[in-house]
Design a protein around this ligand. Structure first.
Ligand code: NAD
Length: 260
């Protein structure tokens, strides 16, 4: 379906981003991986994806808190693939703390990585998309883009901001064949959430099992974690030709959480 297209997936060395990157490769798209991790492991992953799916897989170590590195990654992808058809703004970090104790540096980092990085990458690829009159911008926010939870001031602010950014560019670019949508996952069991289970246990002073059932999945009516593959399937749909009329949306995939 996406054979010959090219996609940048930020934060794709782990978790949701990696699942989305693999799904794009499986559809025949060339993929630019990004994120932190062990260089040898990333190289092995890149090579394995190329072998399995017969596509080009490249890697950028760009730090999503650094605008110049984001612009370099976009240029690198254009050089490697000829053009960038799809971007998935997925990189994200979390920090959990009461607002009065929330470290300034964590606030700045979360806003930079979870929100501003999307602005910088969109800005870098839009001229090419406009010229070709085709593009897909997929932003990974969170159920926390739609609703709040305590102790997550920076994350909730950044994810709400991501939806605003996404809607704005969607309207601005609608007549250029470019769509922009935000996916809002509920809890997915990735390394980011594994860390949160420990953090929340400390903040709420309860055991980790109780954090999963009574805090994380409290509002998630299905009482199951969302699967990476489910989110990846939604991203593939948004990137496809069948997604052409779907723009400016914030799509919850959260087991019913935000409709409570
Ligand atoms: P993860 O920790 O498994 O993966 C995060 C990825 O981002 C990794 O590849 C990491 O290397 C990369 N990354 C972190 N900081 C970076 C930086 N400065 N520059 C470049 N890359 C960086 O997390 P995940 O759970 O897969 O989360 C992915 C996205 O989904 C995040 O935006 C997160 O907020 C969102 N999300 C996750 C959940 C969940 O329950 N896991 C729920 C809703 C939304």
């Amino acid at each position: 379906m996406l054979k010959g297209k090219s996609v940048i997936v930020t934060g794709s060395t782990s978790g949701i981003g990696l699942g989305i990157a693999r799904a794009f490769a499986a559809q025949g798209a060339n993929v630019m991986l990004n994120g932190f991790g062990d260089a040898d492991q990333i190289d092995t992953l890149r090579y394995a994806m190329e072998q399995e799916f017969g596509v080009k897989v490249r890697y950028s170590a760009a730090d999503m808190s650094q605008p110049e590195q984001i612009r370099d990654m976009a240029r690198h992808a254009e050089q490697q693939f000829g053009q960038v058809d799809v971007i998935v703004n997925n990189a994200g970090i979390q920090h959990v703390a009461p607002v009065e104790e929330f470290p300034d540096a964590k606030w700045d980092a979360i806003l930079a990585i979870n929100l501003s990085s999307a602005f910088h990458l969109i800005k870098a690829v839009v001229p090419g998309m406009k010229a070709r009159r085709h593009g897909r911008i997929i932003n990974v926010a969170s159920a926390h883009g739609l609703t709040a939870s305590p102790f997550k001031a920076a994350y909730v602010a950044a994810k709400h901001g991501m939806i605003g950014l996404s809607k704005t560019v969607a309207i601005e670019l609608a007549e250029f064949g470019i769509t922009a949508n935000t996916i809002c996952p509920g809890y997915v069991k990735t390394p980011l959430v594994e860390k949160q289970i420990a953090d929340q246990a400390r903040v709420h002073n309860i055991p980790p099992e109780q954090v999963v059932r009574n805090v994380l999945l409290k509002g998630q009516a299905r009482k199951e974690f969302v699967q990476v593959e489910e989110l990846a399937a939604l991203a593939i749909f948004l990137a496809s030709d069948m997604g052409a009329s779907m723009t400016a949306t914030a799509l919850a995939m959260d087991g019913g959480w935000t409709q409570h």
